[in-house]
Design a protein around this ligand. Sequence first.
Ligand code: NAD
Ligand code: TYD
Length: 328
Amino acid sequence: MAQRVIVTGGAGFIGSNFIRCIINKYPHYKVINIDKLSYSGNLENLRDIKSDNYQFIKADIKNYALMQHLVDEGDIVVNFAAESHVDNSINEPEVFIENNVLGTHSILEAARRKKAKLFIQISTDEVYGSLGFDSKSSTEKDLLNPSSPYSASKAAAEMVCMGNIRTFNQPIIITRSSNNFGPYQFPEKVMPLFITNLIGEKKVPLYGTGKNVRDWIHVSDNCEAIDFIIHNGQPGEVYNIGGGNELQNLDLTKSILSCLGADESSIKYVEDRKGHDLRYSLDCSKIKSMGWNPKHSFDSALNETVQWYKQNSWWWEPLKNIEGRRTS
Ligand code: NAD
Ligand code: TYD
């Protein structure tokens, strides 16, 4: 029987890029995308997928009975489904606890009861909390110290997974990646928000001093790393996945401005985010020692990403006006 891969949240940014990666690399795998299509879930992200081995099911991972029905013995389950934006978590924390914690528990339990072969929990570098400019990069052994309702919900989801690893010996792997960028990212996150504002000749809202540091990874490098972990990782382990491109937000903004021929007069300094983490930084020696490395160089990947948004306004223009979302 063909290997089945269940991808939750596959209509979102990283999930849709992951589905494309898996279908291209393993055309014989059966890929099942379970997504409830929240504001950031968009089937247009998968418009080019033509494979007969791909199936979309509109469903909420919180629906345990349905998840038990959908997961089969031997499946690989990759759990991307989550509320993903820190600013939204500050305004509406309960939605994050429901989807990210209870949702993970529901699909995890379905995977356990149905004897799924492997469960991959997609987590984030944000669970380590804020680092100082001179602190050492976070290793997988560091304590979790989340600072936003978003990162707290992702840390809690990891804890639910850890409990099942220890108690039931359930085959689970956790990945913690840094900030992804690339095509099909909902224009609430800093990179697509700034790029699409500038294409529309609007200013870009930079929080606080602009000194906060993020480590940027191209989404296809993260997808390759997740695929690498599925095929080479050890159940029960955690793997950091970073791009090795730490940048202050102001420097990132200057690079985006330069790609679009704009200057610093297009920056509007705005009030800082509450609890804004200063820096994330991942030590990726564990996964690198196994043979994975990111392939993209930051400057050319940023330039390609800017070109993609320039050429695909059909994709993001309708999203700029979604009610209740800050996309400019
Ligand atoms: P996204 O918001 O673009 O996509 C999330 C998807 O999950 C959407 O399609 C949404 O409809 C779906 N979803 C949400 N709740 C659901 C539920 N209860 N049932 C079914 N579907 C549901 O987010 P993204 O940026 O693609 O992030 C994907 C995952 O990667 C998340 O778990 C996030 O925490 C993690 N992550 C993201 C980044 C990043 O830089 N974007 C970095 C590290 C980790
Ligand atoms: P974001 O893309 O929201 O990702 P995360 O908070 O998960 O790292 O933000 C990346 C950085 O950009 C973060 O330090 C906050 C900052 N930022 C701005 O300066 N202005 C904005 O409008 C947004 C959305 C983010």
